[in-house]
Design a protein around this ligand. Structure first.
Ligand SMILES: *Cc1c(COP(=O)(O)O)cnc(C)c1O
Length: 456
């Protein structure tokens, strides 16, 4: 059949509030024109993030009822450990309450001030945890990653020559480990090829540098490898994921992504010395090593979710929705980052509003127009999030003004996507009327979450 369907049916529903334009205008004004400050129930389609926003399956809910809440050595822990070990093949498995906790433990145990951690691209919490230790988080994405219009199959890859140059310059002593983020979130959810991962591993092995995979979207990456790397056609996604982890010495994970759970994470490694240090800090920060800040029922949901994320039909459906969106936007001539990533579509607000001064925040204009037109909540990745003050205190814009539509897993159906496309079409047709914005109140750090705007 040509039609790709959602490979599930719906047993439990959650109402979406359908609002009028006047209600949305009032909600946006009350939120000082910052969609982060709007109540979730006033959003019709909420695409702020794909993190922890997925729907669980009947199997996961059933497993939750079996949650064993014993403090130490619970049955739920055994099931979690077995599932994570089956996929990653790692000797040491430590549960954490989410991904950043795993990153924090890794950084605190292994990094010293002045160390360097290369990565294809660091996610913002990874970067923050590394910098908090006084170390340097270095991005080494491949060249194609810088071109938002290049149609390359693996734009999440690392630039291997740049990695070699980095090791030659700084030496093994200052690089306690390197990372690879799959898929590359900061680069737009772009995949990493197995060939690239293998090459990176080979270079690191020459120098005895361990490789840590940021595995948040390992199953989406396995799907891309299956579709785009000839040697992997016909292999199961579990098989591909196992091969990927076989190249790693450790991994950090947010189970709020490809764990298909609403909370949770883990840190895994092969080295006994690392594991000993991780475990001591885990007990201090997260909890006993058999629950790590999670309830037994969360461990159960994750044990099942990790395997469901590797279900081929689920990945076919997930990527079909992203592809469908991208194709329709192409037909409408709405500018976006190419090709579409694994978990999101990124609109190019600068190309939509070429006349607007970047410091009037075109991304915020588009985000707010999407909310007004249809109650769709998206997020700006542009000068509000990434702009900075130069040495004279003058605000410098970000090189890109993007608007991210991130897709929760198993939550929205085809008609929601059709609605979304209609909302984007309307915003695009009426782009001349989108106002610029100025910031009238902002905190010193992470201003995008709480600042107040005013339309100009
Ligand atoms: C979400 C994410 C993290 C952090 O995980 P949290 O569970 O939000 O702490 C780290 N790396 C990547 C690539 C992510 O997408």
């Amino acid at each position: 059949m040509r039609t790709i369907i959602e490979p599930f049916r719906i047993k439990m529903t959650e109402p979406l509030k359908v609002t009028t334009h006047a209600e949305r205008a009032a909600a946006l004004a009350a939120a000082h024109h910052n969609v982060f400050l709007i109540d979730a129930e006033d959003c019709c389609i909420d695409l702020l993030t794909d993190s922890g926003t997925g729907a669980m399956s009947t199997e996961q809910w059933a497993a939750m009822m079996l949650g064993d809440e014993s403090y130490a050595g619970s049955r739920s822990w055994k099931r979690f450990e077995a599932s994570v070990r089956d996929i990653t093949g790692m000797r040491h498995i430590l549960p954490t309450h989410q991904g950043r906790a795993a990153e924090g433990i890794l950084a605190e145990c292994v990094l010293r001030p002045g160390d360097i951690v290369p990565n294809n691209s660091h996610f913002d919490t990874t970067r923050a945890n590394i910098e908090y230790r006084g170390a340097v988080a270095l991005n080494l994405p491949c060249r194609e990653a810088y071109d938002t219009q290049a149609e390359a199959p693996f734009k999440g890859n690392m630039d291997v020559d740049a990695l070699r140059a980095c090791i030659a310059e700084h030496g093994r002593e200052r690089i306690p480990f390197a990372m690879m983020t799959v898929t590359n979130n900061t680069g737009g959810g772009q995949p990493v090829s197995m060939a690239n991962l293998r090459e990176v591993k080979a270079v690191l092995s020459e120098h005895g540098i361990p490789l840590v995979v940021d595995a948040c979207r390992f199953a989406e990456n396995a799907y891309f490898v299956h579709e785009r790397e000839a040697a992997y056609r016909g292999r199961s996604l579990l098989d591909i994921a196992q091969e990927m982890f076989s190249l790693a010495d450790g991994a950090t994970m947010s189970c709020k992504k490809d764990g298909l759970a609403n909370i949770g994470g883990f840190l895994v490694c092969r080295d006994d010395g690392w594991a000993e240090r991780f475990r001591n800090l885990l007990i201090l920060r997260e909890g006993f090593p058999t629950y790590g800040g999670l309830a037994g029922r969360d461990l159960e949901a994750i044990a099942v979710g990790l395997k469901e994320a590797l279900d081929y039909d689920y990945q076919v459906y997930r990527h079909a929705t992203v592809e469908y969106m991208a194709r329709q936007l192409d037909v409408l001539g709405v500018p976006m980052v190419r090709p579409a990533g694994g978990h999101a579509v990124f609109l190019d607000a600068r190309a939509m509003l070429p006349e607007m001064d970047p410091l009037h925040y075109p991304g915020i204009g588009v985000v707010n127009a999407l909310y007004l037109a249809g109650g769709v909540r998206a997020v700006e990745l542009g000068s509000v999030m990434f702009g900075h003050l130069d040495e004279h205190g003058v605000e410098q814009p970000s090189p890109l003004e993007l608007v991210r539509l991130a897709f929760p897993r198993r939550v929205y159906t085809q008609s929601h996507f059709d609605y979304l496309i209609e909302v984007i079409e309307q915003v695009s047709n009426e782009r001349d009327r989108i106002p610029g914005h100025r910031i009238i109140r902002q905190p010193k750090m992470l201003r995008h979450f709480t600042c107040h705007f005013e339309p100009i």
